[in-house]
Write a protein that binds this ligand. Structure first.
Ligand code: GLP
Length: 240
């Protein structure tokens, strides 16, 4: 595990350079992508690098971590909409190579199909992650088993509360989501976890310095042999 502490701006640039380097070496990479406010700066940088001709996503395949149940791809808070608006529409990726679990009609078979397509695509070259304030990764809430795969989950109250800022009221925040599991995430060749802001300083301490425990899903990432954690100064402020 490497912990890299910088300003947000510099973290975004350093992570963007990881992708530029990877895609130069391996244009047909498989990328695991994340949503939330954390990766927005990184996605802007990737768009800049694409526009400057430094990188192409033409042969890249992507898999997103999760999606809200009940939201269509046209819903402005769906993760498919987020990915299209904040990244895919601005780069040369073939939308057919982008995978976001569907929030409509998700059932056991849809979960199995998503997990199978992940496995068939081969190991993800980089899995990008953000962190929930309760330590969740993807939508794997506290106490998610280590061997979990793609499935439908009930969102923790804390998660719905944290994400209500994107909706007009808490009642509109979906109660369930479809998410890749911890074991789906751990199969990646490399994991990059990005965490910004003072509100996550305490959970970052548990993720980085605590014993790996399912009570804090992010702490399980310590068990991965190629994990880079990018923090801003505020998120790192409790590391001592
Ligand atoms: C959501 C997503 C996670 C994300 C987390 C943190 O619930 N499912 O993938 O990492 O929230 O979001 P943010 O980056 O907005 O703090």
């Amino acid at each position: 595990m490497r912990v890299i502490i910088n300003s947000q701006e510099q973290s975004n640039e350093l992570v963007a350079m990881e992708y530029v380097k990877l895609l130069k070496d391996k244009p047909a990479s498989v990328l695991g992508l994340a949503t939330g406010s954390t990766p927005l700066g990184l996605y802007s940088k990737l768009i800049e690098h694409y526009k400057s001709g430094a990188v192409s996503f033409k042969d890249v395949k992507t898999f997103n971590l999760d999606e809200y149940i009940g939201l269509s791809s046209e819903h402005e808070q769906s993760y498919r909409y987020f990915m299209n608006k904040n990244l895919f529409e601005h780069i040369d990726i073939d939308l057919k190579n982008t995978n976001v679990p569907s929030g409509l009609g998700a059932d056991e078979k849809a979960c199995e199909d998503y997990e199978r397509s992940l496995i068939e695509a081969g190991e993800m070259d980089i899995q990008l992650l953000g962190l929930g304030t309760n330590g969740h990764i993807g939508f794997n809430e506290p106490l998610t088993p280590f061997d979990s795969v793609t499935r439908i989950v009930k969102l923790a109250d804390a998660t719905r509360e944290a994400n209500k800022r994107f909706f007009s009221s808490i009642d509109e925040v979906p109660t369930h989501a479809i998410t890749m599991g911890i074991s789906s995430i751990m199969r990646a060749k490399k994991i990059i976890l990005m965490v910004f802001g003072a509100a996550k300083a305490e959970v970052v301490k548990q993720v980085v310095m605590g014993k790996p425990t399912i009570a804090v899903p992010g702490s399980l990432l310590q068990l991965h042999n190629n994990l880079d954690i990018y923090l801003d100064f505020e998120a790192a402020s409790r590391l001592g």
